[in-house]
Design a protein around this ligand. Structure first.
Ligand SMILES: Cc1cc2nc3c(=O)[nH]c(=O)nc-3n(C[C@H](O)[C@H](O)[C@H](O)COP(=O)(O)O)c2cc1C
Length: 230
């Protein structure tokens, strides 16, 4: 299964930030704190600021369901490949109007085919968010739910409110480093969370019947499920 580390290989963890503020971003700091904790625990890490990538909107054409390809020739494919090659994914967004940034949502919308194919099965994930005044925990919960619907197991998250006390980021970074270590241990042990096992079974059954019902038009997805022996 993708995501399982075989002996001799170093565990890979990718950190993704969806803040458009580059080096000024507090979310970027928090994602990097999780990566620092993961590195301390022995993982190899890579950080990606998706706002520097050319990633177009999904237009809902369904070509990916049928062929596995996309009508857009942009940088999403490279980013997705890096995610597929990772054992763990750290995903972060600032709160923008009670939700994730448009830039990060654009990335998530490009993953409908990956959801149908449960392509993050065997991977581990966690989420972080920073906010001015509210909804950091809600965005963490949302991002973790997206990781689970892709098939990943989530190990926790850190959400922080930065107003009126911007120095709250320092304690959040400490929590972030711990989260990174937790993720590395979960990957090493291939830890199972009973609630998530149930949730994964339910999602999987739903995706399986969706793909089976549409097998005449979603040929790529049906072939993928068949090839995986699912
Ligand atoms: C367009 C926009 C929308 C925002 N919406 C919210 C919001 O709904 N709730 C909130 O608490 N903070 C909101 N904020 C504040 C950011 O979440 C906060 O400053 C965050 O820490 C910025 O993260 P960054 O430094 O990683 O860019 C918003 C900021 C912007 C620019």
């Amino acid at each position: 299964v993708q995501g399982i580390v075989t002996s001799g290989e170093k565990m890979k963890i990718i950190g993704i930030s969806g803040s458009p503020r580059g080096s000024l971003s507090q979310t970027l700091r928090l994602v990097n704190a999780v990566l620092a904790g993961a590195e301390q625990a022995g993982a190899e890490t890579e950080f990606v600021d998706i706002c520097f990538l050319d990633i177009q909107y999904c237009i809902g054409c369904g070509v990916c369901y049928t062929t596995g390809g996309c009508i857009h020739a942009d940088e999403f494919g490279g980013l997705f490949q890096k995610m597929l090659e990772s054992d763990g994914i750290v995903i972060g967004s600032p709160v923008y109007i009670n939700s994730v940034t448009a830039q990060l949502k654009t990335v998530l919308d490009r993953m409908a085919d990956a959801i149908h194919c449960q392509q993050f099965t065997g991977k581990y994930a966690c989420a972080v968010s920073t906010a001015g005044g509210s909804h950091a925990d809600e965005v963490v919960a949302y991002l973790n739910s997206v990781m689970r619907i892709l098939g990943a197991t989530t190990v926790g998250g850190v959400g922080v409110i930065l107003s009126p006390d911007p120095s709250a980021i320092i304690a959040a970074e400490t929590d972030g480093r711990e989260l990174g270590k937790t993720m590395v241990s979960a990957i090493r042990e291939q830890k199972k969370y009973p609630d998530q096992e149930i949730e994964h079974r339910v999602i999987r059954e739903r995706m399986k019947s969706l793909v089976a019902c549409n097998k005449d038009i979603w040929m790529h997805e049906y072939a993928y499920w068949t090839e995986m022996g699912w």
